[in-house]
Design a protein around this ligand. Structure first.
Ligand SMILES: [Zn+2]
Length: 184
């Protein structure tokens, strides 16, 4: 079967996320593609399994105005968010103790209905563009590095990660750094 571009990009994002877990000496959950689930991705805590719906993700990206990383509806965004759930389950106790610390700054994403989701969204950014999280949401960055003792594997500056962003994306990121949420 011929592999589509999306499958290939999922593969490289999968390898990057697994590289992150390995570099941080964390266990690796089962990660599968499953296009029949009713969401972009799902975390099954009891089975320690992540499913990614590439069919839904391909459609979501086409209708989304911010195509640059971090896009929470891209394969890499969904995958890192779900790995955030996995890490939250592993380190629930220390994460719940730091709740107030993390929330004493503007949110990093438009999707933060609970502390759990706020942590997962921050984790997504920490995986893909850690310097941007450090610059824009330093308390969340501290939760990742001090509370969870995680080390980023992306070492480039945030401007290097988001290569040549068009002007509206540059302005969008600037507004986010100044306190607005991402992906609104
Ligand atoms: Zn979530």
């Amino acid at each position: 079967m011929e592999r589509t571009q999306k499958q290939l990009s999922f593969r490289s994002e999968l390898d990057f996320c697994i590289g992150f877990l390995k570099a941080n000496h964390l266990p690796i959950p089962k990660i599968d593609r499953n296009d029949s689930i009713d969401a972009l991705g799902k975390w099954y805590g009891r089975r320690k399994r992540i499913c990614i719906n590439m069919k839904k993700i391909s459609k979501a990206i086409r209708t989304f105005r911010v195509a640059e990383m971090p896009d929470r509806r891209s394969a890499g965004g969904v995958l890192a968010h779900k790995i955030g759930h996995f890490i939250f389950d592993l380190r629930k106790k220390s994460l719940l103790q730091c709740a107030n610390l993390a929330l004493r700054e503007p949110g990093s994403s438009s999707y933060e209905p609970t502390l759990l989701e706020a942590i997962c969204e921050a984790f997504m950014l920490f995986v893909w563009n850690p310097e941007l999280l450090r610059v824009g949401r330093p308390k969340r960055y501290d939760v990742m590095t001090v509370v969870l003792c995680l080390k980023p594997i992306e070492t480039r500056s945030w401007r290097e990660v988001i290569v040549d962003p068009p002007l509206h994306i540059q302005q969008f990121i600037q507004r986010w750094i100044e306190g607005n949420r991402f992906n609104d």
